[in-house]
Design a protein around this ligand. Structure first.
Ligand SMILES: *[C@@H]1O[C@H](CO)[C@@H](O)[C@H](O)[C@H]1NC(C)=O
Ligand SMILES: *[C@@H]1O[C@H](CO)[C@@H](O)[C@H](O)[C@H]1NC(C)=O
Length: 306
């Protein structure tokens, strides 16, 4: 009888735990800025929210999130935030989402803000990702895939564009840099109206300035060809202020020598790329989660016996 009970509870619990949503990607946020960053997370309509919509990431801190298959959304970094320790209310100097609190609760970054945009695949289909300056810039940010298959290049903007921001685009006291669309509002810069197609909307002197500083980032709405990247079954590290020392050379090299998934990121023209070391371990998370849940189910089943 006991063993029958054991079997029933074991199977029930194993089923129960294995029906929990399976993670398709892990996002790890790393703060290498010399200041605190408050990342904001916005899930696109129709995809679930992650464990947080906004949190504090101290200098040198990191935090990871699991995203289910087909998740899509965006990340950005808020800077200069002050939240009242008692009420939790407050605002940020840049990248504020208007929620008046740490969590953004479904609200978007108020430009200017550097954005990391993702559309995660099902694990066997492609992920799409990019770093966008279409809504302006507030801090350096890069995306580094690991453990995926296919091209899986790093992207982002290492340069401190606030230092190079033309006066007419400067936001506040130089803490962020507006897009020309936001600063001037004309259709030519916004790729709207008569300029609302890839044929009619061309790079402007402003978007070209962004592009030359950050060649892999979206500099205007139709900058797709050189700015959208794909990878399959990867995890992603999003790093704020990836390198303040090597950015002068235009090259950032990952400092962690892990399982062979590191890549050198060249941001200047003509920089050669290290070959991709494809580890093809896209099933890693799934197997780990199944193992964990089987273990938990067994542990709980054993409790039932006593
Ligand atoms: C993800 O999207 C694909 C294509 O739209 C679909 O076939 C698949 O069932 C989706 N997976 C999940 C877990 O929603
Ligand atoms: C990483 O590996 C490269 C070559 O394999 C080596 O030159 C470098 O010093 C290593 N970096 C770290 C931080 O271990």
């Amino acid at each position: 009888m006991d063993s029958l009970l054991f079997s029933i509870s074991y199977f029930t619990l194993t089923l129960f735990f294995n029906f929990r949503p399976i993670s398709a990607a892990t996002f790890t946020f790393v703060n290498r800025c010399h200041y605190t960053v408050w990342p904001g997370i916005l899930a696109n309509a129709g995809t679930p929210k992650l464990d947080s919509t906004g949190f504090e990431l101290p200098k040198s801190g990191s935090r990871s999130f699991q995203a289910p298959p087909n998740w899509s959304g965006r990340f950005w970094g808020r800077t200069g935030c002050t939240f009242d320790p008692h009420t939790g209310q407050g605002t940020c100097l840049t990248g504020d989402c208007g929620s008046n609190q740490m969590e953004c609760n479904g609200l978007n970054a108020i430009p200017p803000a550097t954005l990391a945009e993702f559309t995660i695949g099902s694990g066997s289909t492609q992920d799409y990702y990019d770093v966008s300056l279409v809504d302006g810039y507030n801090l350096p940010m890069i995306i580094q895939p690991s453990g995926g298959s296919a091209s899986c290049l790093a992207t982002g903007c290492v340069t401190d564009l606030n230092r190079q921001c033309p006066d007419e685009l400067r936001a506040g006291s130089g803490d962020a840099c507006k897009s020309a669309c936001e600063a001037f509002g004309n259709p030519e810069y916004c790729c709207s109206g008569a300029y609302g197609s890839p044929d009619t909307c061309k790079p402007s002197i402003y978007s070209e300035m962004f592009k030359s500083a950050c060649p892999r980032s979206y500099s205007y709405a139709y900058d797709d060809a050189t700015s959208t990247f794909t990878c399959t079954g990867a995890d992603y590290t999003i790093t704020f202020c990836p390198s303040s020392t090597s950015q002068k050379k235009g090259v950032v090299t990952s400092t962690t020598n892990g399982s062979g998934s590191d890549r050198s990121i060249g941001f200047s023209m003509g920089t050669s790329w290290l070959p991709d070391f494809l580890t093809g371990d896209s099933t890693r998370i799934i197997s780990r989660s199944v193992l964990t849940s089987t273990f938990i189910a067994s542990a709980i089943s054993i409790l039932f016996l006593f």
